[in-house]
Write a protein that binds this ligand. Structure first.
Ligand code: GAP
Length: 514
């Protein structure tokens, strides 16, 4: 646990030191769970967004984009169920006065059990070496089977109690598991209560006439209310999808873990409109498709797993998370939800406007069903960033800190260095930059010895460093160094564009999804 916390602290301080993420309003001591993306963070975030947009919109001829407003008519949130049901079960510790999400306390308890299972697996892997059969071990080792059973029973009970709104049982579960306040160690808990997560605001010039609004807690509703407008103007036939990225706001009470759980964050969502009855097939399709998107970034198959929901949201008939191994354990990265016709039917009811599709094949009108994919951009940022940050032992006994971002997402693709600050080398380095900058983000650096400049760019996540030396003036060649292998090659300046392009081109990365 201490190592996990330590690793996570390193992630947070690296993000700050290298211009990725800053605490919002830091000069005023910050605002809790609100963050700003700095020069490198803004680029990384933009690249992740584009990687998603291309995979969803550009590569699917039956998905179109949308950019709906953050403010929506307040009835939207009544219809969607958010006014009545978008809440978290909260519990206070009477001694520390700290407030927690009751379900998260239980889930953290289960995560500890899962940690024990992982430990057992690691031990056994060491003991049995090549002959180790993980599946067999998981199903036959009595201690592991008991752990697994315990975890499943707890999660099942939690899911059932939440679904039945039985908050008294959630408290009972916390007491039975003897969960203590992480701050004070006290087990003196209040009852569990529901707390609505939407932020309210006002629209209008005077207090008497102002209209109460909410900041949207998800981007999805902007898609639902525009469903018919988009379908008609794009002449899409079912099945088709509408995708959008944008800000969402939630008054998260337990906002911890850096950009994992924020009060203002960005979502990348896609609603796929389908024929009623085909939801199971499309739900499986999108689960598999979204996992392929994640795997295309090469961050390790073992770092992902599906978690099927026991407790379903008020709108879903099936739901799963794609979980990622964050520095603090496996947690939700993306949700895939089969939302039935809940949202469109509710908007139809509350607005009095028909939100139906005329199916020419079946010659009838119906309210389409929806399968949704929803991923937090900031959470994806954290997954990519934390997974990429590595400390490497080098052959000469030193260590280097390297941010092995997938090259396609790296904020800067290449840094160009003159070996010395004279003899025409800076001028040639600038010439190279002036040529490369039309295709890639590149930067110039002449400060310090070249070795230190390499280290700086390693920590920055830059996939290539290009060094201009005296030989470059004579034969128009330079040294190009690869971040991950530290390999250096002498190449012609005219070849640089092709070498960089081969590694950072979005098309080749996305093709790995096939
Ligand atoms: N439209 C469905 C929906 O919003 P959700 O599971 O509440 O579903 C989807 O959110 C995704 O949004 C999550 O998987 C997560 O990646 C991201 N997300 C949710 N709340 C967040 C928060 N407070 N901070 C950062 N990301 C968040």
């Amino acid at each position: 646990m201490a190592k996990q916390e330590d690793d996570f602290k390193k992630v947070i301080s690296h993000a700050k030191e290298y211009g990725y993420v800053f605490q919002s309003s830091e000069i005023y001591d910050g605002l809790s769970a609100v963050y700003d993306y700095a020069q490198n963070g803004a680029e990384l975030k933009k690249n992740i967004r584009e990687y998603w947009w291309r995979a969803m919109v550009q590569l699917n001829d039956n998905i179109v984009g949308l950019d709906a407003a953050i403010f929506m008519h307040p009835t939207t949130w009544k219809a969607s169920g958010h006014v009545d049901a978008f809440s978290d079960p909260l519990i206070d510790n009477k001694d520390s006065k700290k407030r927690y999400r009751a379900d998260v306390l239980v889930e953290d308890y289960v995560a500890k059990i899962e940690g024990k299972i992982e430990k057992e697996v690691k031990k056994a892997t060491k003991r049995f070496g090549e002959a180790f059969d993980k599946e067999q071990f998981l199903s036959t080792n009595q201690r592991v089977v008991d752990y697994q059973e315990k975890a499943t029973t707890i999660l099942k009970r939690l899911g059932k109690s939440l679904e039945n709104e039985d908050l008294a049982d959630v408290k009972k579960l916390i007491e039975e598991l003897e969960i203590a306040c992480p701050m004070s160690g006290s087990k003196n808990w209040t009852d569990v209560k529901q707390f609505n997560l939407m932020f309210g605001t006002k629209l209008g010039a005077s207090t008497e006439t102002a209209m109460d609004l909410y900041l949207r807690p998800e981007t999805a509703q902007g898609i639902f209310v525009n469903f018919l407008n988009v379908q008609k103007t794009s002449r899409m036939k079912i099945p088709f999808g509408i995708a959008q990225t944008g800000k969402a706001f939630r008054n998260e009470i337990v906002a911890r873990q850096f950009i994992f759980r924020m009060r203002e964050f960005e979502q990348m969502e896609m609603q796929f409109f389908i024929k009623p009855g085909s939801q199971k097939e499309w739900y499986e399709h999108w689960k598999a498709h979204r996992l392929r998107w994640h795997l295309s970034l090469g961050m390790g198959e073992d770092n992902y797993r599906f978690h099927d929901h026991e407790k379903l949201a008020h709108y879903a008939d099936a739901a799963a998370d794609i979980e990622f191994r964050f520095p603090f354990g496996f947690k939700e990265l993306e949700g895939i939800h089969s939302r039935t016709d809940f949202d469109l039917s509710k908007h139809q009811e509350f607005s009095g406007k028909k939100l139906q599709y005329f199916d020419t094949d079946e010659n009838k009108n119906y309210v389409p069903y929806v399968v949704e994919t929803s991923i937090g951009l900031d959470r994806m940022f954290l997954a990519v960033f934390s997974n990429s940050l590595q400390e490497e032992e080098l052959e000469n006994g030193t260590t280097r800190t390297v941010l092995k971002l997938p090259a396609v997402l790296a904020p800067t693709k290449a840094a160009v260095f003159p070996l010395v600050k004279k003899d025409g080398l800076p001028e040639l380095a600038h010439e190279i930059i002036d040529d490369l900058k039309w295709d890639f983000n590149v930067l110039y650096d002449q400060k310090d010895a070249v070795g230190r400049r390499y280290r700086r760019q390693d920590a920055n996540g830059t996939p290539f460093c290009i060094t201009v030396d005296h030989q470059s003036l004579e034969d128009k060649t330079v040294t190009i160094r690869h971040r991950d292998t530290m390999e250096q090659q002498r190449v012609a300046i005219s070849e640089l564009k092709a070498i960089i392009h081969k590694e950072v081109d979005m098309k080749s990365w996305l093709m790995k999804m096939k």
